[in-house]
Design a binder for this molecule. Structure first.
Ligand code: ZN
Length: 222
């Protein structure tokens, strides 16, 4: 099986569309690692694309926050403002969809979670040291995580933790949306980047009144 792994879409419709176009015909299934919403101007459209295309997803911290299950104090002020904005915008059926997202999910060859197996929506896995307790809990040889918005590939005792980076708000210094293709027979993960129309998302964010910092960071991928 060939899987397209995407994460941290964050309501960035332009980025999601470009990634899905790039993936089309290349994989058997696409899977999302959470944070479909938050930051970007199109939370409903992004939820609807995942629902219509039957792309399964786990829950991210932004979904938890919009459901009122993660306090806004958890977030920095700009992120909290984006959560409040998304909460106002999100339609009831998309909120119900979000409520139904699992924290973790197991496929025959791998597991998926937004943050970590220790704390599924909150913990950031940035390095091997942070990841060891999660490695110990893994029941499959591969775990895909998101949340940091930075691609990462860790190895420990024949197991791998892989982060595909972010579709909608990359933070590794490269503003291009990232995604991964995982070939489960060859046990091979390849990262891809695509170009998209950043200015039109930024324009929509401005009109929506989202924080300037969140608008500007898209240009730098930071
Ligand atoms: Zn995120």
């Amino acid at each position: 099986m060939r899987y397209g792994i995407i994460a941290d879409i964050h309501g960035n419709l332009e980025a999601l569309e470009v990634v899905l176009r790039d993936l089309s015909g290349k994989v058997d299934q696409i899977i999302c690692l959470g944070d479909i919403i938050g930051y970007g101007p199109n939370p409903n459209e992004c939820c609807e694309i995942l629902r219509n295309k039957k792309i399964p997803s786990v829950m991210g911290n932004h979904e938890k926050a919009v459901l009122g299950e993660l306090p806004l104090e958890w977030f920095n002020p700009n992120a909290a403002e984006a959560v409040r904005w998304t909460k106002k915008e999100i339609l009831p059926d998309n909120l119900e969809y979000i409520r139904g997202l699992p924290l973790t999910f197991e496929y025959p060859e791998f597991q998926i979670v937004h943050g970590s197996l220790i704390n599924p929506v909150e913990e950031y896995l940035e390095n091997l040291f942070d990841a060891i307790p999660t490695f110990e809990l893994m029941t499959k040889p591969v775990l895909f995580v998101g949340h940091t918005h930075r691609p990462l590939h860790l190895n420990y005792k024949e197991k791998k933790i892989i982060n595909p980076g972010s579709v909608g708000q990359p933070r590794d210094g490269d503003p291009r949306p990232a995604y991964l293709i995982y070939d489960s027979e060859k046990k091979k993960a390849d990262l891809y980047r695509v170009n998209y129309d950043i200015e039109s998302v930024q324009q929509k964010m401005k009109i929506a009144g989202l924080p300037t910092f969140l608008i500007e960071r898209l240009s730098f991928g930071r």
